[in-house]
Structure formats: structure tokens, C-alpha cells
Design a protein around this ligand. Structure first.
Ligand code: DQA
Length: 148
């Protein structure tokens, strides 16, 4: 059985590759989506990868995931730390939500230490660069298998 999964990326992640490479690495956004698609295929997922710099668009996508009963892997980027609207939308999800971060926000500036998304997340994977997404797919695959 093929599972669908929605991968949502928040603001500024479209700038990967050129954005603070010392923090986020040199892989571009399109290379990131390529790596996610490859891993998803290997694990038998049908993946839908989206990025937006716009909070309302991300909220609409979370509503779509809730209505379609889709699991979500999300890097909310800076919205992680202050968007109660995104947090409320995450609370409506009925399927697993995995929060991912390329860097380890807990090891960075104080304002990054708190996530308003984590209370609704099944789990959080942070600090492994692009591998955070690949580990999230792996974790989701095992989770869905254990539920089947
Ligand atoms: C991030 C960490 C956030 O603090 C930051 O605002 C981002 C990216 C990460 O992937 O490490 O934009 O979510």
C-alpha cells in the first residue's frame, strides 16, 4: 500500500544553498526536494513537497492535510517559534506530524529554543542537516507500519 505524505517547508527555506551556509549547509532547495523524493520512493511513499514564505498558505495546507488525513513532515522555519495560528492548525491534524529542523535550534539563540509546534508533534528531528528530513521519512514509515 502506498502512503501519501505532505512535506511542508516554511519561510526562507527556498533560499537554501545561499542562505547562511555555515548554519544550513550548501545544498540548494531543489537538491533538498530531490533527496526527499528519492528517499520517499525508496520507502514507498507518494510525497508532496511544498514551500511557502506565507503563513496563511501554510495554514491552508495544514487544513488540507487534516481534511485528507495525511501525515505531515514540516519544517516551520521561523514560524516554529511564534506562530500560534500554525500551532492551532497543527492541533487539528489527525495523522502523525513530524517537526524537522536542519539546524539544532536548541543550540542556537534563545528565541529559537521554544517551539509552539512541538506540543502537536509526534516527534521532532533536528540538527542533522538534510538528513533530518530523511530520518523523519524513515520514522514515519516505521510508525505507519506499526499501526497497520
Ligand atoms: C530552522 C530553524 C529555525 O530557527 C529557523 O528560523 C529556520 C530554519 C532549521 O531548519 O534549522 O528558518 O527551522
Amino acid at each position: 500500500m502506498v502512503h501519501r505524505v505532505l512535506v511542508i517547508n516554511g519561510p526562507n527555506l527556498n533560499r537554501l544553498g545561499s542562505r547562511e551556509p555555515d548554519v544550513y549547509g550548501t545544498l540548494s532547495y531543489s537538491e533538498l526536494t530531490g533527496a526527499i523524493s528519492e528517499k520517499a520512493l525508496e520507502l514507498g511513499f507518494e510525497v508532496d513537497i511544498r514551500q511557502s514564505n506565507n503563513e496563511s498558505e501554510i495554514i491552508d495546507w495544514l487544513h488540507f492535510a487534516a481534511d485528507s488525513q495525511l501525515p505531515v513532515i514540516m519544517n516551520p522555519a521561523a514560524f516554529t517559534h511564534y506562530s500560534y495560528a500554525i500551532a492551532d492548525a497543527c492541533a487539528m491534524l489527525g495523522e502523525p506530524l513530524i517537526e524537522v529542523h536542519i539546524s539544532n535550534p536548541g543550540a542556537r539563540e534563545e528565541f529559537r529554543h521554544h517551539s509552539v509546534v512541538t506540543p502537536s508533534a509526534t516527534g521532532v528531528i533536528a540538527g542533522f542537516g538534510v538528513d533530518s528530513y530523511l530520518l523523519a521519512l524513515q520514522a514515519l514509515s516505521r510508525l505507519l507500519l506499526s499501526k497497520a
